[in-house]
Design a protein around this ligand. Structure first.
Ligand SMILES: [Zn+2]
Length: 332
C-alpha cells in the first residue's frame, strides 16, 4: 500500500503499463470462460435444471455482469478487472461530477458491446458454414443480405482488430493516453489506485453529506456483496490455476477419482444371432438401444422391462427410460 502512496506522491497520476492493460483485459475473457465452463459442467450433469441456463449463458452473463460492473464502478472507481490489477478510471466514477449516464455508457462498452461482437462472430461462423455446405436456406433479399454479411464481416473484424492493436502500440509508445478506441470515445483513462482508494470505505467520501444516512446503508450492503464476489473470484482463480497445474504437470495424469470400469457382461452369449432381441428371443422390431450397456432390443420389450425393473436385462446395470435410444438404419 505504501508503495502506491509514494508512487502517487512522486509522479501524480501514474499511467499504467501496457502489460497491466492487457492483463486486465485478459482477465475479462478468462472470467467469462471460467463461468461458462462451470455452467457447462452443471448442464452436463443436471441437464433438466441447468441445460436451459447454459443455452442462454451469454445473455444471462451479460445482464448479471452489467449490474455487477455498474455497482463496482460506483464503489471502487473501476471495473472489476481494472481494480483487480490496481487500476481505476479517470474521471473517477465515484465522484458526483460523473453522471449515471456516463457510467451506464462505460458498462455498455465494456460488457454489452463485447456480447454483441461475439454474437456477430457466431452469426458469421454459422452463415459461412451453411454457405460452404450449400444449405444456405434464405431466399431473395435475406439471401443477398447473408452474402453481403459474409463479405463485409471479415473486413469489419480486421479493421477493428487493427485499430485495437494500433491503440495498444500508440499507448505503449506514449503517443496517446487512451489504451483503446472505446476509452478514447468516452475520454476515459486509467491510473493506479492510491492508498486511499485501497481502503475499504473510500467510496463513502464521495457521498454528499445530505443523503449520507440512507445512501450509506444501501451501498454498504452492496459493498459487502462486491467484496464477497472479489474474494470468491480471487480464491477461485487461484484454485483454477492449482487444478490446471495438478492435471497438467507430469506424473499427475490420474484424475482425483477415476471412474470404475465395469466388468464385461457374462450372461449374453455372442453365438446368438445379432438381430435377436435378448428379451423375447425373436427377430427385433423397432431397434432400441439401452445407453448404459449398449445392448439392442425391441422397443416394446425394453420399454416395459426398464419401466418395471429400472435395470438392463442383460447386464443388470441401473437404467432409466431416458436411456433408451431408437436406432434408425439407412434404408429405413
Ligand atoms: Zn423383443
Amino acid at each position: 500500500m505504501a508503495e502506491y502512496g509514494i508512487h502517487h506522491a512522486t509522479f501524480g497520476r501514474s499511467k499504467p503499463s501496457v502489460f497491466e492493460i492487457i492483463g486486465q483485459e485478459n482477465l475479462i475473457t478468462a472470467l467469462r470462460s471460467a463461468f461458462r465452463h462451470g455452467f457447462k459442467v452443471l448442464a452436463e450433469n443436471y441437464p433438466e435444471k441447468f441445460g436451459i441456463l447454459f443455452r442462454h449463458f451469454d445473455e444471462g452473463y451479460t445482464v448479471v455482469d452489467s449490474v455487477f460492473q455498474y455497482i463496482h464502478l460506483r464503489l471502487k472507481g473501476g471495473l472489476f478487472p481494472e481494480t483487480f490489477y490496481g487500476l481505476k478510471r479517470i474521471p473517477d466514477p465515484r465522484s458526483l461530477d460523473v453522471s449515471k449516464r456516463k457510467i451506464a455508457s462505460w458498462v455498455f462498452l465494456a460488457v454489452v458491446l463485447p456480447y454483441i461482437q461475439s454474437q456477430m462472430e457466431l452469426l458469421y461462423k454459422n452463415v459461412r458454414e451453411e454457405y460452404s455446405n450449400g444449405i444456405l436456406n434464405y431466399k431473395d433479399f435475406k439471401r443477398r443480405l447473408a452474402l453481403l454479411y459474409l463479405k463485409f464481416y471479415p473486413i469489419y473484424n480486421f479493421l477493428w482488430e487493427i485499430t485495437v492493436l494500433g491503440y495498444y502500440m500508440a499507448f505503449a509508445l506514449n503517443k496517446t493516453k487512451f489504451h483503446s478506441p472505446l476509452m478514447h470515445l468516452t475520454s476515459t483513462t486509467l491510473t493506479h489506485l492510491t492508498a486511499f482508494d485501497l481502503s475499504d470505505d473510500a467510496w463513502k467520501e464521495y457521498i454528499p453529506e445530505k443523503q449520507k444516512k440512507l445512501t450509506t446503508a444501501l451501498w454498504n450492503c452492496m459493498n459487502i456483496f462486491v467484496g464477497g464476489v472479489t474474494l470468491t473470484i480471487s480464491v477461485g482463480a487461484f484454485l483454477t490455476q492449482f487444478i490446471n497445474w495438478w492435471y497438467n504437470s507430469e506424473g499427475n495424469t490420474t484424475s482425483f477419482a477415476p471412474m470404475p470400469v465395469p466388468p464385461p457382461p457374462l450372461k449374453w452369449s455372442i453365438d446368438e444371432s445379432v438381430d435377436i432381441c435378448p428379451l423375447c428371443k425373436k427377430k427385433r422390431a423397432n431397434d432400441t438401444a439401452l445407453i448404459c450397456s449398449g445392448y439392442v432390443f425391441c422397443y416394446p420389450c425394453i420399454f416395459r422391462f426398464v419401466k418395471e425393473n429400472k435395470k438392463c436385462p442383460v447386464t443388470g446395470y441401473k437404467s432409466s427410460l431416458d436411456q433408451l435410444v431408437t436406432l434408425y438404419q439407412h434404408d429405413d
